[in-house]
Design a binder for this molecule. Structure first.
Ligand code: NAG
Length: 226
């Protein structure tokens, strides 16, 4: 009786430590690489769980976050010259020199490219969530990386498929985040660069830009009243 109780306790402790180890790993600008998979002009038409304009905005918000924090970016596109289409032109423009690899994880060059960055935290987004994002995140976890799937910069056919993907990833210890929370986690103490972060957010979040504008207007009015 006592033995099985102790065994049960050890089991519970082991479970808690595994869960908590996965539960909260902070993103660190120095440990992170971004992996954007198959954001291609053809494939984007499959995205049915976000409106096209909102989705593009989320993808670009994430890409601009990488740019802002100077984080390495790796693109994975299945094939440039097939119906899946070209890498989204606005991503290509933002990262003209980023490497692009064909289909992730089964391709040794892709795995090596990730390894060569020397980073251990992978921020992953892509189309579609249930294939590219879920498979890559779970593979990454298995290979010993920390995986952060960016849910609003990843899209798929519909909500049911999306929810299933989220559950699978979560069960595998992948952390689910949105692009804004990735930016906030990387930024940590905003006091280091209030203006830079505000511009990053205002560019992609109209409501953020409205309250920055109203704040600035109020400040100007106060100055004028002095
Ligand atoms: C990242 O590295 C720089 C340079 O070594 C260091 O100053 C900074 O504190 C590091 N940032 C974090 C969040 O660890």
């Amino acid at each position: 009786m006592r033995f099985s109780f102790a065994t049960a306790l050890i089991g519970v402790a082991a479970l808690i430590s595994t869960v908590s180890a996965d539960f909260y790993n902070r993103l660190n600008v120095n440990d992170t690489v971004f992996v954007l998979i198959d954001h291609q002009t053809g494939l984007l038409n499959l995205v049915g769980d976000y409106q096209p304009d909102a989705f593009l905005n989320n993808v670009m918000g994430l890409a601009e976050t990488a740019k802002y924090f100077n984080i390495p970016m790796i693109f994975a596109t299945v094939l440039d010259k097939d119906p899946n289409g070209a890498l989204l032109p606005s991503l290509k423009k933002l990262f003209p020199d980023a490497f692009s690899y064909q289909s992730p994880w089964d391709v040794p060059e892709f795995v090596k490219a990730i390894k060569d960055t020397g980073k251990k935290q992978l921020v992953i987004a892509g189309v579609v969530t249930d294939v590219c994002v879920a498979f890559t995140s779970l593979f990454a976890k298995e290979a010993g990386y920390e995986a952060f799937a960016v849910i609003d910069s990843s899209g798929t056919f519909n909500e049911a498929v999306r929810d299933d993907s989220w559950l699978r990833m979560q069960a595998g210890g992948v952390q689910l985040m949105n692009w804004f929370s990735v930016a906030c986690k990387l930024g940590r103490d905003r006091r280091h660069d209030i203006t830079g972060m505000a511009v990053l957010f205002a560019n992609r979040l109209p409501s953020y830009s409205h309250f920055m504008d109203s704040f600035n207007a109020a400040q100007a009015a106060l100055e004028g009243a002095k």
